[in-house]
Design a protein around this ligand. Structure first.
Ligand SMILES: Nc1ncnc2c1ncn2[C@@H]1O[C@H](COP(=O)(O)OP(=O)(O)O)[C@@H](O)[C@H]1O
Ligand SMILES: [Mg+2]
Length: 369
């Protein structure tokens, strides 16, 4: 799930990724020079998790006390923010990441891999002691599931470890700031309020935009079932009638082509959407479909959500409308599902599988690195 805030941090935070448009300070001459020579909004700052993923694919999931062999094995970078920013960097954005590793073999590997992908790691905190975070991932070829066992890094990152000047340099020139799932305590409170009282996913999205008036849009991804996006609108509704959000959702779903294996998006016009007992909102609902990946090509869905988010970061920077952003993000995520792990399948901007989504209009083509 994604939310996008227009300017300042709201009182509540969610256990979901969200983006902010920072007020860029102007104290760092290096970053100022960089930002002036690049298109606006092309620098993205991320703050969140990075790990080492130890991936083992198995023919079928083991029972307790079984001894089995893997069918393939990989060690590669992972973590929500690390994956999403790697995806954005491969698509052509300039990315900076704030996170923490220990000065151990895993930590050094994490940094090297990010740097090889063009992610700026100079804002990382490197702890001289402790351990870097890592995750065992069992990818079951039979059920196509990925089971994760995570060991957090120690000692954890605390705000005092980031000096004011480092923070200002990190933010300087950034068009977007991306946070992953680290704000879990407040997020739980919001999730409890929003999700438990909502009778359906579209209703939950409506409830969220009503409770968080600065949020511009919310997206929920649903694996192979695609995604739903609710976008707030400041334009007038196309007709004065209030429409039940669940009914609008059902009618959009009916319109989504199901003979097409490519990701698509079906959108409502600007309407007044209502949910009983919750309220009304002027906005647009978008239903995105996922690519239908043949079972023989579906390798591993680890990091699909992060790939989707990385593509949304890119699409936001080049101001793609939702109708193009959702199919593009689904396509990037589908590419990532065709290789083991969260990183190895992430496509680059030049990948021919992205071409039909990149060259429809001129906006994206203008950002080719
Ligand atoms: N099995 C799949 N087939 C096709 N696309 C998929 C599949 N799983 C995920 N995706 C794509 O990745 C996006 C994010 O996946 P999702 O499973 O919702 O995220 P997460 O990684 O958080 O579990 C989906 O909206 C879809 O576009
Ligand atoms: Mg999934």
């Amino acid at each position: 799930m994604l939310t996008y805030f227009t300017n300042s941090v709201p009182n509540t935070s969610l256990r979901i990724p969200h983006f902010l448009s920072p007020q860029a300070p102007t104290s760092n001459p290096r970053a100022k020079m960089m930002s002036s020579s690049l298109p606006e909004n092309r620098i993205v700052l991320g703050c969140g998790g990075v790990v080492v993923d130890l991936l083992a694919a198995v023919a079928s999931y083991p029972k307790p006390d079984d001894k089995i062999r893997s069918t393939s094995f990989q060690v590669q970078g992972g973590g929500n923010a690390g994956n999403a920013l790697t995806c954005a960097a491969r698509l052509g954005l300039h990315t900076r990441l704030i996170s923490k590793v220990a000065d151990d073999a895993q930590g050094r590997g994490i940094l090297e891999e990010l740097e090889a992908d063009g992610v700026d790691t100079s804002f990382f905190v490197v702890s001289p002691e402790g351990n870097s975070p890592f995750t065992y991932i069992i990818v079951d070829n039979e059920t196509k599931t990925r089971t994760c066992i995570h060991t957090p890094g120690y000692p954890p990152l605390v705000p005092e470890e980031l000096s004011r000047s480092k923070l200002e340099s990190a933010i300087d020139g950034a068009g977007l700031v991306y946070f992953d799932v680290r704000l879990h305590e407040t997020a739980l409170v919001v999730a409890k309020e929003v999700w438990t009282e909502a009778s359906s996913v579209p209703t939950a999205l409506l409830s969220m935009l009503l409770k968080l008036p600065k949020v511009k849009f919310v997206i929920v991804t649903l694996g192979e079932d695609g995604c739903i996006m609710l976008e707030r609108s400041h334009n007038k509704a196309s007709n004065s009638e209030e429409m039940c959000i669940d009914e609008v959702f059902e009618s959009l779903k009916q319109k989504a082509p199901n003979d097409d294996s490519k990701p698509t998006c079906v959108s409502s016009s600007v309407v007044t959407l209502k949910a009983d007992g919750i309220g009304t909102l002027c906005g647009r609902l978008h239903v995105g479909t996922a690519e239908k990946i043949p079972p023989s090509e579906l390798v591993d869905t680890t990091g699909a959500g992060d790939a989707f988010i990385g593509a949304v970061l890119y699409a936001s920077c080049v101001k793609l409308p939702p109708e193009r952003m959702l199919p593009f993000a689904s396509q990037v995520a589908a590419c990532s599902c065709r290789a083991l792990g969260a990183r190895s399948g992430l496509p680059r901007h030049s990948d021919t599988r992205l071409a039909p989504f990149l060259h429809e209009g001129s906006e994206i083509a203008g950002l080719v690195p």
